[in-house]
Design a protein around this ligand. Structure first.
Ligand SMILES: C[S@@+](CC[C@H](N)C(=O)[O-])C[C@H]1O[C@@H](n2cnc3c(N)ncnc32)[C@H](O)[C@@H]1O
Length: 487
C-alpha cells in the first residue's frame, strides 16, 4: 500500500462527504483509520492521490465506489439476542399490546430492522415469532431488514453463522432452528424465508412512503452511535413518521432519545426502554416506573459549594428554589421550552444562581443546542471551579456531541472531586466500552453496582437519563456480562 499523508483539509473533505451520504462521522482521533481505508480503496482503483479518489467519489460514477468504501468503514458487530432485556420487552409486552390493538383489523404485523448488518437482529425477531411466543396467536408477519452495506446484506441472506454470533441463542432454539455443519450454524430455511432483506440508506430523504410507513415496530440499534447529533435527530424523526400511531421504536441501550426527540413517549419495560408513538390526539410523555426516593432534603451534587454564584437573600433563595423545582418538573415532562421561559427572568440577573444556570445548560442540551450548553457549563465552572454538577453536565454535553475524548476528561474531573459519583462512573463505563477499553468499562460498571447498593440522596433520575438506581444496576450487570462474553 502506498505511503501517503492525509492532510487535515483532505481528511475533513472525506469526513464530511461520508457523513453527508451515510451519516457515519469520523472523529479527528479516527483520521488514521480513515486514511488506511482510503488507501486500500485507492489501490484497488489504481489511484495514487487522495484528490483523484475524492473526485471519483463525488462524480456520478462514484456511487458504486462509495459502496465499496462503506463496506470497509462500517462496523458490522452484531449477534443473535443482543440485549436480551429488549427482546423480553418485545416478546412479553410490546407484541401482546400491539396484537391486542390490531386483533379486529386483521392486518399483518409489520416490523422493520433498520441497520440489520449480517441479519442476526431480524432473524432473532423471526425466531421469536416462529416459536409462537407462547400462546399468542399471530396474524401474518412481515419483517423487513435493511442496511447500507451490500456485503453485510449478502451474508445475512446466506444465514450461516459462527459460534460468536449464536452464543446467546437459547439451546432449544439452536437445536430447533439451526443445523451445525463443521463449526458453522446454518439457519433453517423456514426462518430465512420470514425476513426480506433490502438495501436502504437511512440518510436518504424523504423515506419512500409506500414501503417505509405504517410500521408497528422499528428496531434501530447500534446504528446511529456513529452519527452526528443532527443526523441522528433526522433519522429518529423519520422513524416517527414511518411508525403507525401506537407503534414502537427500539433503540440501542446507549442510544437514549432523551436529547434527540420529544415526539415519543418513553416507556420503561422491565430492564429497558422503548419509545412509543402515541395514537393520534395523545401527547408524548414519560411512562417510567419510578423507585421511591428517600425522604428528606433533596440535594444536588453541587449544593453547598456555590460560594460565588449564589449570593442571595433567604427570600430569593426560596423563590429560586421554587422556580428550579418547577423547571425540573417541566424538563421531566419533556417541555424544555416552557422550562426555559420560566428560568429566563432569573438568568438575566448578574447574581443568577448556579442551579438556575445548570438547569438552563440542561435545557440547551435537551434542545440539541450543544455549543450554548458548553458555553454555559464553562461559565459555571469558571465561577465555581469545584462545581461537580457543572463538570458532569459538560461531560453529558460532550457525550451527546460524540466527542468521546472530551466527555471522558470531564467525567474524570467529576470523579476527582467526588469519587463516589455513580452517574459519572456509569457514563465512563459506556464511553470506555464505545472506544474499545473493555477492562476499564467493566471496572466502572462494577463500581456503579457497588456505589448504588446504597442510593445516595443526591441521586437524580433526570440526570441519569431516566434510569432508576435499580435499572442502572441491572444494566451495569448485563453490560459486564456482555463485555466478558464478547472479549
Ligand atoms: C453495529 S451494526 C448494528 C447491527 C444490529 N442493529 C445490532 O444492534 O446488532 C451497525 C449497522 O448499521 C449500518 N449502517 C450504518 N450507517 C447506515 C445508514 N446510513 N443506513 C443504513 N444502515 C447503516 C451498518 O452498515 C451496520 O451494518
Amino acid at each position: 500500500m502506498v505511503e501517503l499523508e492525509l492532510s487535515d483539509t483532505e481528511f475533513k473533505s472525506f469526513r464530511d462527504l461520508i457523513a453527508e451520504r451515510a451519516g457515519i462521522y469520523f472523529e479527528p482521533s479516527k483520521q488514521d483509520l480513515l486514511r488506511t481505508n482510503l488507501l486500500q480503496r485507492m489501490e484497488d482503483c489504481g489511484l495514487s492521490n487522495f484528490a483523484d479518489y475524492f473526485q471519483l467519489l463525488s462524480s456520478p460514477a462514484g456511487t458504486k465506489e462509495f459502496d465499496h468504501l462503506l463496506n470497509l468503514i462500517i462496523i458490522p458487530e452484531t449477534y443473535f439476542f443482543r440485549d436480551q432485556a429488549q427482546f423480553d420487552a418485545f416478546e412479553h409486552s410490546i407484541i401482546p399490546e400491539i396484537l391486542k390493538s390490531e386483533s379486529d383489523s386483521g392486518s399483518s404485523l409489520r416490523i422493520w430492522s433498520a441497520g440489520c448488518s449480517t441479519g442476526e437482529e431480524p432473524y432473532t425477531i423471526a425466531l421469536l415469532v416462529a416459536a409462537g411466543m407462547g400462546s399468542v396467536k399471530y396474524p401474518s408477519v412481515h419483517i423487513l431488514a435493511t442496511d447500507v452495506s451490500s456485503v453485510a446484506l449478502e451474508a445475512a441472506r446466506r444465514g450461516v453463522y459462527g459460534p460468536r454470533s449464536v452464543r446467546d441463542v437459547p439451546k432449544e432454539y439452536l437445536n430447533r432452528f439451526f443445523s451445525k455443519k463443521k463449526d458453522k450454524y446454518h439457519l433453517d430455511e423456514s426462518i430465512k424465508k420470514m425476513v426480506e432483506f433490502s438495501y436502504f440508506n437511512l440518510m436518504t430523504e424523504p423515506y419512500p412512503l409506500l414501503e417505509m410507513s405504517g410500521w408497528d415496530i422499528i428496531f434501530c440499534r447500534n446504528v446511529t452511535i456513529y452519527f452526528q447529533h443532527e443526523s441522528t435527530k433526522k433519522v429518529i424523526h423519520n422513524f416517527y413518521q414511518s411508525l403507525r400511531p401506537g407503534g414502537y421504536l427500539f433503540a440501542g441501550y446507549s442510544e437514549s432519545l432523551r436529547y434527540l426527540s420529544d415526539e415519543f413517549t418513553t416507556v420503561q419495560v422491565g430492564g429497558t426502554f422503548v419509545y412509543k408513538k402515541e395514537p393520534r390526539g395523545k401527547s408524548p410523555k414519560r411512562k417510567v416506573r419510578r423507585t421511591r426516593r428517600k425522604r428528606g432534603r433533596q440535594r444536588t451534587p453541587a449544593s453547598g459549594r456555590s460560594r460565588r454564584l449564589e449570593v442571595l437573600s433567604d427570600q430569593r433563595v426560596d423563590e429560586t428554589q421554587q422556580i428550579c423545582t418547577r423547571a425540573k418538573e417541566l424538563l421531566e415532562l419533556g417541555k424544555p421550552e416552557q422550562a426555559g421561559d420560566l428560568l429566563a427572568p432569573y438568568l438575566k440577573k448578574s447574581t443568577a444562581s448556579e442551579s438556575v444556570l445548570l438547569l438552563q445548560a440542561e435545557i440547551f442540551l435537551n434542545q440539541g443546542n450543544l455549543e450554548k450548553a458548553v458555553q454555559l457549563c464553562e461559565r459555571i465552572i469558571n465561577y465555581e471551579p469545584l462545581s461537580v454538577a457543572g463538570y458532569y453536565l459538560l461531560g453529558l454535553v460532550y457525550r451527546t456531541w460524540k466527542k468521546e475524548g472530551k466527555a471522558i476528561e470531564e467525567f474524570k474531573r467529576v470523579l476527582y472531586l467526588n469519587s463516589e459519583h455513580a452517574l459519572a462512573r456509569f457514563n465512563l463505563g459506556d464511553l470506555y466500552s464505545e472506544v474499545g477499553k473493555r477492562d476499564e468499562a467493566r471496572i466502572e460498571y462494577a463500581n456503579v453496582v457497588r456505589l448504588l447498593k446504597e442510593v445516595p440522596e443526591s441521586f437524580d433520575e433526570r440526570l441519569a437519563g431516566g434510569f432508576s438506581p435499580t435499572l442502572l444496576i441491572d444494566t451495569c450487570l448485563s453490560r459486564i456480562k456482555e463485555l466478558s462474553e464478547s472479549g
